[in-house]
Design a protein around this ligand. Structure first.
Ligand SMILES: [Zn+2]
Ligand SMILES: [Zn+2]
Length: 373
C-alpha cells in the first residue's frame, strides 16, 4: 500500500513541471514573415526611456520598476518592501556603478546614453552577484604583465563568487536539448558550433548526449515563468540565462524572434535576435565566466537585436584559460570566422527551483501518504 502511494507521489511530482513552448525560431532573416514587422510590441524595457532627465530627490511614476531592474542585475540590494518611485541615494549609487561597468560617464544621472544602454537586450545573469562581482575591475593581466607585447593589457573577465568550475580532470561535458522543444538538427548545430568556439581555446570538449536528465548541460527554450525564479519577459529584455558550474541549466526565452543562421543584420524585424551569439555567451556562464565590462568581449552583458557577435575576444580567452588551461592546439588566434559585432549575456547564481520544487513536493506527498497510512 505504501509503495502504491510512493509511486503516486512520484507521478504527481513529475507532472508538476512547467510547460515548455515551441520557440519562435526562424531558419534565417528572410524567412521571417513580413507581417511580423508591422506590429512589433513594445520591448520589455522601452518605457524606461521616459525617465530621461529625471532628477535625484524627486518622485516619478514607475521609477520603482527601474529600481527593480537594477535589483535584478545586482545593482541594488534586495529590499524588504516594494521599491518606491523616489529618485533616492540608492538609485543614484546604482546608476553610478552601472555607468562604471558599461564604460559610460559616471554622473549618477539618467542621461540619454545611460538609458540607451539600460534598455538594450541582455543576458538575464546579474552583473553583480552577492555584491562581490566587479565587472570593471580593470585588473592588470598577470600572465601578460611580463610580455612586452601585452604589457598594458588589462583584463575585465570575471568569475562567479567562489570561482566555481567543472571539476579538474573534466575533459568532456555532455549537453542535451529539452525533448519537448523538438529542435531541428539545424538549430542543434548552432549550439554545437557555439560549443566549438570554447573548446577551440581550452582543453574541454562537448558532445551531445541522448538523455536530457543525465546531461551535464541542459538546454531549453521556455516562455515567461518557468519555475527557476527568473521568468522571461517576452520580446527583447532578457534573452537567456545560464547557471554557474556545475548546475548546467541553460534557458532561452522562447518568445524572442530567434534567427538560426545567415545574416541577422539584414532582418527587417527589429526584434530579431541571433541565436548563436547568445549561445556563445551563455556557454561562457555554464563554464564559470561572469560578465565583462570589455565591450568587445563575448561576456559583455548586452547585445543589440539584429547583431551577430560570436568570436571570442582576448578577454574571454584569458578568462576561460585561467579556469581550464589552454588547448595545446590553440595557436593564439581563433580560426573560426565571424560575421559582425556587438554583445549579449546573463544568469548564473540561483539553482534550479524546478528541481528543488519537484523534490519538495515529492517529500510532502510522501510524508502525507505515510501520515494517512
Ligand atoms: Zn530559467
Ligand atoms: Zn550573461
Amino acid at each position: 500500500m505504501k509503495l502504491h502511494f510512493f509511486f503516486f507521489a512520484i507521478f504527481l511530482s513529475l507532472s508538476f513541471s512547467f510547460a515548455p513552448i515551441s520557440a519562435r525560431l526562424f531558419p534565417n532573416a528572410s524567412s521571417i514573415p513580413p507581417w511580423l514587422s508591422k506590429n512589433v510590441p513594445p520591448a520589455a524595457w522601452d518605457a524606461f526611456r521616459n525617465f530621461s532627465g529625471c532628477h535625484h530627490g524627486s518622485n516619478y511614476d514607475g521609477l520603482g520598476k527601474l529600481k527593480k531592474y537594477f535589483n535584478y542585475f545586482g545593482y541594488i540590494p534586495n529590499s524588504p518592501s516594494n521599491f518606491t518611485d523616489d529618485f533616492d541615494d540608492e538609485l543614484e549609487s546604482a546608476i553610478k556603478t552601472y555607468q562604471k561597468n558599461f564604460n559610460l560617464n559616471v554622473t549618477g544621472q539618467l542621461d540619454a546614453n545611460t538609458l540607451q544602454q539600460i534598455v538594450r537586450p541582455r543576458c538575464g545573469v546579474a552583473d553583480i552577484i552577492n555584491g562581490t562581482s566587479t565587472m570593471n575591475s580593470g585588473k592588470v593581466n598577470a600572465s601578460a604583465a611580463s610580455n612586452d607585447l601585452h604589457f598594458h593589457s588589462v583584463s575585465h573577465f570575471t568569475f562567479f563568487p567562489g570561482n566555481p568550475r567543472w571539476p579538474a580532470g573534466t575533459e568532456t561535458l555532455t549537453y542535451a536539448f529539452l525533448p519537448a522543444n523538438r529542435l531541428t538538427d539545424e538549430v542543434k548545430s548552432v549550439f554545437a558550433t557555439a560549443f566549438d568556439r570554447w573548446s577551440e581555446v581550452t582543453t574541454l570538449n562537448f558532445t551531445e548526449a541522448p538523455s536530457y536528465q543525465l546531461a551535464d548541460i541542459r538546454i531549453a527554450f521556455y516562455s515567461g515563468d518557468h519555475g527557476d525564479g527568473e521568468p522571461f519577459d517576452g520580446p527583447l529584455g532578457t534573452l537567456a540565462h545560464a547557471f554557474s558550474p556545475t548546475n548546467g541549466m541553460f534557458h532561452l526565452d522562447g518568445d524572442e524572434n530567434w534567427v538560426v543562421s545567415g545574416d541577422v543584420t539584414q532582418s527587417t524585424l527589429s526584434t530579431a535576435v541571433d541565436l548563436e551569439s547568445v549561445a556563445v555567451h551563455e556557454i561562457g556562464h555554464l563554464l564559470g565566466l561572469g560578465h565583462s565590462s570589455e565591450a568587445e568581449a563575448i561576456m559583455y552583458p548586452t547585445i543589440s537585436s539584429r547583431t551577430k557577435k560570436v568570436t571570442l575576444a582576448d578577454d574571454d580567452i584569458q578568462g576561460i584559460q585561467q579556469l581550464y588551461g589552454s588547448n595545446p592546439n590553440y595557436n593564439g588566434s581563433t580560426t573560426m570566422t565571424t560575421t559582425k559585432q556587438n554583445d549579449s549575456s546573463h544568469a548564473g547564481r540561483r539553482f534550479s527551483m524546478v528541481e528543488s520544487t519537484r523534490g519538495l513536493l515529492l517529500l510532502i506527498v510522501v510524508g502525507l501518504a505515510h501520515v494517512i497510512l
